[in-house]
Design a protein around this ligand. Structure first.
Ligand SMILES: Cc1ncc(COP(=O)(O)O)c(C=O)c1O
Length: 509
């Protein structure tokens, strides 16, 4: 079959006749033609969306979008043409999608993505490999293993480290805490947590992390049977980094209270401020107290690729495990994340042999079934996106992207610090700036109202998207730069929008 030219069929006729199950992705000519035609339509529609939309958001209201979706019935079991459904999708979703690629989208930790990753996505979903076993993924397993090895080297982990792609930072953090918990139990009790569960003292287990660490730690500890109260917050210093003296004191206090510290989590890139805990100082404290040291580098991981900024992650290689979100600072589409451990023997804490899937015999034969390292079974070949990125663009390009988003954050902080009508909270270490508009001599409560209004007004207008957070119960605005295409002019225009909406609010209140 010559595939130089797209195959041509009367798609609608073929579907109507439905004799060949045209939409079952398969090797018959009609199915391949339907695949080509449908994908080409999707690509055309997305391309038009990119070319036609000048704003990060249309400004559509929640109620209007809900109403449109409510109007579609899934119960009448009608069939529609792909054109019909694509047009419908445009109305329901695409026209009002949040455009993370837009230079004026500077809200949450969503990065713009790279075209090679979209090529990878076509293979990932079309060929639909599942990464749990070698016999469902073949060469894919070796591609993932090679990327794990590459990341381990970037982390400067020992050669017997290991890792796995995960669905996100939340899952990677769950794995870090799971290994920390089970390592502690295995080394301190005469029991095997994998088989026997938790010892009765588990309700005294504590995990120390900075007071501004990610909420997934709390949720994960609750899932792990230790409860959210197992998180012991450690104070941060004026730069929003874990205060090492406070850490030492907190460990001591917890011991005196009869609690059992089992792990420290350092954050390399806090969600709000991008601040990086002093990893080199935390590591010896963890060692002295025989505590697991996990680093949540979901946000900061991308610094590994920056020649200018990688020293900010100094000490990361001294940890026992690390979370890295490729879908934050490696410019990958959701989902793409990694979990890494310094010693591959830790895999034993989660390893399970299922005879139908990854038998012990297969492992003895040396067959690399990745399921043993994952808390998922069926798992997407997300690694291919990073592979395509590195092969087409190279890691240095991503590092330079990081440099430019960091420059944007520093530029913004400087710009706002030079003005008397703004108050800036942090000196950006990565790419987040937290600040508020304070044009008059007001109190916290009036500034909260003013800044909340500004965030909403900007969102509803859709010309830019910024976000807000609370620091000590007080509302602040936040920019998170992840787009290397955002310019100084974009930033200045967004600040003008803040002032414009702020003045409008002030004159009406
Ligand atoms: C520091 C940090 N850790 C973990 C996460 C959770 O990552 P994910 O959303 O990929 O689950 C985030 C998300 O923003 C984060 O900022």
């Amino acid at each position: 079959m010559n595939l130089q030219e797209p195959l041509s069929i009367d798609l609608e006729k073929s579907i109507r006749e439905n004799k060949t199950h045209t939409y079952l992705f398969s090797n018959n000519k009609k199915s391949v033609a339907a695949y080509q035609e449908s994908m080409a339509k999707a690509v055309r529609m997305i391309s038009n969306h990119l070319l036609e939309n000048e704003k990060p958001f249309s400004g559509a209201s929640l109620s209007s979008l809900k109403e449109k979706c409510d109007a579609v019935s899934l119960y009448d079991d009608q069939q529609h043409s792909i054109d019909y459904v694509l047009e419908e999708l445009k109305e329901l979703y695409v026209n009002d999608v949040i455009n993370f690629h837009h230079p004026k989208y500077i809200a949450h930790l969503n990065c713009p993505i790279l075209t090679p990753t979209l090529v990878a996505e076509a293979f990932i979903s079309s060929l639909n490999s599942s990464m749990d076993t070698w016999d469902q993924s073949t060469g894919g397993t070796f591609i993932e293993l090679k990327l794990i090895e590459w990341t381990l080297r970037k982390l400067q982990y020992p050669t017997n480290g290991d890792g796995i792609f995960t669905s996100g930072g939340t899952q990677s953090n769950l794995m870090g805490l799971l290994l920390a918990r089970d390592h502690y139990i295995k080394t301190h009790y005469n029991m095997d947590p994998k088989m026997d569960g938790l010892p009765s003292e588990a309700n005294k287990f504590k995990v120390l992390c900075s007071e501004i660490s990610h909420f997934s730690l709390k949720k994960n500890l609750s899932l792990l049977g230790l409860g959210q109260n197992a998180v012991v917050p450690v104070a941060v210093d004026k730069n929003y980094k874990m205060d090492v003296n406070a850490l030492k004191k907190t460990i001591q206090q917890q011991k005196e209270l009869g609690n059992i510290p089992i792990a420290i989590v350092g954050t390399a890139g806090t969600t709000d401020f991008g601040s990086i805990d002093p990893l080199t100082d935390i590591s010896p404290i963890a060692k002295e107290n025989s505590l697991w040291f996990h680093v949540d580098a979901a946000y900061g991981g991308g610094l590994l690729l920056s020649k200018k900024h990688k020293q900010k992650l100094m000490g990361i290689g001294l940890s026992d495990s690390v979370t890295i979100d490729y879908h934050k600072t490696f410019f990958q589409p959701v989902s793409s994340s990694g979990f890494f451990m310094r010693d591959k023997s830790f895999v034993d804490y989660i390893k399970y042999h299922a005879d139908y899937l990854n038998s012990k015999e297969q492992e003895d034969e040396g067959i690399p079934n990745m399921v043993k390292k994952s808390i998922q079974t069926t798992r997407r070949f997300d690694a291919l996106k990073l592979w395509m990125t590195l092969r087409v663009m190279g890691a240095d390009t991503l590092g330079q992207f990081m440099d430019s988003v960091i420059e944007n954050a520093q530029f913004t902080a400087q710009l706002l610090q030079n003005r008397s009508d703004f108050e800036v909270l942090n000196q950006p270490e990565i790419s987040a700036v937290v600040f508020r508009y304070t044009p008059y001599n007001g109190n916290d409560s009036s500034y909260c109202n003013l800044n909340s209004y500004i965030r909403k007004a900007i969102f509803n207008e859709g010309k830019a998207i910024i976000t807000s957070t609370k620091v000590n119960q007080t509302v602040y605005l936040k920019f998170t730069f992840l787009n290397p295409l955002t310019t100084a002019t974009d930033i200045e225009e967004i600040i003008e929008m803040i002032v414009h909406h702020g003045q409008h609010y002030s004159s009406n209140n």
